[in-house]
Design a protein around this ligand. Sequence first.
Ligand code: GAL
Length: 1000
Amino acid sequence: MTSDLPALISDDLSPEGTPPYLTWTGPPVGTRAPRTAPACPGPRLDLDGPWRFHWAARPGEAPSGFADPGFDDGGWDELPVPAHWQLHGYGRPWYTNIQYPFPVDPPHVPGDNPTGSYRRRFRLGADWLGAVAAGGRVVLRFEGVDSTAAVWLNGGPLGLVVGSRLPAEFDVTAHVREGDNVVAVRVHQWSAAGYLEDQDMWWLSGIFRSVALELLPAGAPSDVVVHADYEPGTGHGLLRVECDVPASVEIAELGLSGRTGEDLPAGPVEPWSAEAPRLYEAVVATETGRVAVAVGFRRVGVDGGVFTVNGREVLLRGVNRHEFHPERGRALTFQDMLDDVLILKRHNVNAVRTSHYPPHPHFLDLCDRHGLYVIDECDLETHGFEAGGWQGNPSAEPMWRDALVDRMRRMVARDRDHPSVVMWSLGNEAGTGAGLAAMYDFAKRADPSRPVHYEGDQETRCSDVWSQMYPATEAVAAVAARSEPPLPDPAQDAARRGKPYLLCEYAHAMGNGPGGLLAYRELMESSDRCMGGFVWEYIDHGLAAADDRGRPIFAYGGDFGESPHDGNFVCDGLMFADRTPSPGMVEYAKVIEPVRVEAAGPGRLRVRNVQDHVGLSHLEFGWTVEAGGVEAGKGTLAVPDLAPWESAELDVPEEAAALAGSDDRFLTVTARLSAATSWAPAGHVVARTQLPLPAPAPAPSPEPVPTGPTAVTPAGARPVREAGGLLRLGSAVFDLTRGELRELAGMPVAGPRLELWRAPTDNDRLGHRPEGATTAAMWEALGLHRLTHRLVSAQEEPGGVVFTVRTAAAGLRDGVLTRYRWRAAGDTLAASISLTPQGAWAFPVARLGWTFELPAALDSVTWLGGGPGEAYADTRAASRFGRHTAAVADLHTPYARPQENGQRLDVAWVEPRGPEGGIRVSGEPRFGFTATRFSPRRLAGTAHQGSLEPEDVLYLHVDLAQRGIGSASCGPGLPGRHEVLLTPATFHLSLSPAAVKRGS
Ligand code: GAL
């Protein structure tokens, strides 16, 4: 193959030339087999930093002769390595999900193929050349170049880098010289390799991972393969190390020593698991060099259809992780990677699928160290062939077979020493075909110790687990009950029934969401056939940019003028692009918390350890009791050290039980780390549960409940007409032309106005219903976004006034009749509201509630109800009843594309306040509120979060019901129980002025 080299990477291009290697469909040319990541026994020269850089729109416009060491690059720019050139002002980022951004014409690539020429000068000392003279080798290693590159050293062609997220090594022993050396790299945005790399993400190019020169001294160990097994029965470890040269092996801590190639019994060891990531240091040495390897003893298995680690069934509570940073793209720093691992650990996540390519190798070091199970996925996706019925799919075409197997080989070679890697994955959405089968066979031969995953093959011919994405809960329930529809081939059906079941993707976290996590958790725990799942996905891929008025935004598909593109489908993470957790992440952390507390009858609690390997001795438990949101007592809770999945019943501590009452008393049990771990400080909360603490006898309320409408006597205020069509009732002023409030105790208050619409969430907007259209489109057809209100009648009564208002949309017949019966007593104004739909109203609405417009000066809100964060019918696990206070600005959730957000549930009263006082709104039954400076129309009509301008008003939405969230942007429809049907309803509301300091 090396003989093809000069022709393949000729630097001598005609002005319009396309280098032949851009359509090369084999493995990279000229590279050596990559070593396992940590094994470099000699010095390393880091080549990261500024490189000389030239960008051209086409290969033929790239400077020729640039690989010559004497070439004058004085006029060139500088570009950092690692980086993507599009994020430094060259070319532009391009987002597509499934479709290729170039014609499907494999293996050909567009003539307009942005090309980056890189040059870097470095010096080598006599020591390096001395080591070479003594038989040492020098290796030039690239950790990742997107998408393909040709490489020269000192003018000599070395070969090609192919496989963007895979390492490539060149033996440059014969090319290096003492003193000045020049490495030249030509990188192209499009290449045949791109047909294998159609992942749902930004197309970003360049040398985006590190480059280094490594010295491998003669006779030193330079490639080390570790087999570190754990025998669950005996608790003993077994070590075997294979190496490219015979060497000694030692784990001093275990008193273990021996030779490479031998089975070395390690005696009793502490096994490695994500919950207890115990590592030992092994030293592999010869006389000329040594390498240290972190070793974790563990055994992964599929035993009787159950996925196990160290003989114990394991439930993966995972996320799909793309590498992403809003400024750096996929060129992550070590700090970014550490941030990710710590964020995941602190949110109770125990597993990562490296969707859809091997991550930077340092990320795996961190997973080993801090404890995360990893499905290491190969750099392969050919989804763009699906639309054409998979015709010509590289997975099935012989000419791509070697390239596919080579990708698997390089991933396994790089990552096999990581205990965190518990499974290999062939790739994502690459159809089926002989190439995938060959990858599978290769992996099983090269590393029989790990199961192999591939979702694209639902018959599981080349997967050791049965993996699915985005099934509805009904389908998961059928699998859990072993009653799924059979495969046509009985033998294959039997084979699949013998395999564990994985949700490699579920709960699409796009925008507001995902909803319904709890239902999936329950199903996964209901059957040992289920091995857990991975939420799609960890982080939004919004790129830091500015809108047309210079306001900072997170950009998504189309924002760089690219076409075609897939819009904000690239922003579907549990984390916002700036690595702040979205409410979805907070919800997920609660749903997968490692300890569960539930009520077990009067005065009793059940505590359950839902970890797979460790007890509870690293946790300390405490309780608090709150009455009406105010802390009434607290203490510690003695919880026995329960074994994995064991539970125990406890008495509610006497002191807490004594505080029981009927007025919103809650017991909250919190589990915290009793000592610091590598991933969180002591005191970090891993689990928190709130339970009602009812008392047999009612206890006095700690604060007066606002006077409700039924308590207002008819002898209340007398309505008085005023000029301008106004009506005064106590301290309230009504607008008789609209049947709405105008003012309360001197404060402007407009409303309440019936609201049935919300700014569609991404799930509302993208999820198609059985009827065909999306939910948001159906709402538009019903006119929910343009309702008008007509006062039907205004009737004064002794002590009050009754308004009847009809709400309907232009052009449509169906409407809603709402009757507001107002009463006032003192400063309190109360309404009995009853609502009667007129017409069919068969289709669910977005919400059933009322909106008030209040002065924008009310900039902070206190409420008694669920919080502190956002919650909807199916995203409420993390919401706790209490007295919460937040600035209006902080009640808003900054989804990359604005949409419905910020609701708080189960609210007894809400009190927006400003410097001049505020207003308290109480309701019966309890309601959801949203306090925001953005109307639903403004949210729906603004493309980017950063472009939202607050309105000069505070909208207070008080909702009897609001549609749930679900995951329909890429998944099943919302379960019917979370839809809101318009039916007759009643609601009691009371309003009163709030003093400046009240409620804090
Ligand atoms: C899956 C795919 C992911 C992502 C997701 C939707 O089909 O595997 O890469 O595209 O859908 O966000």
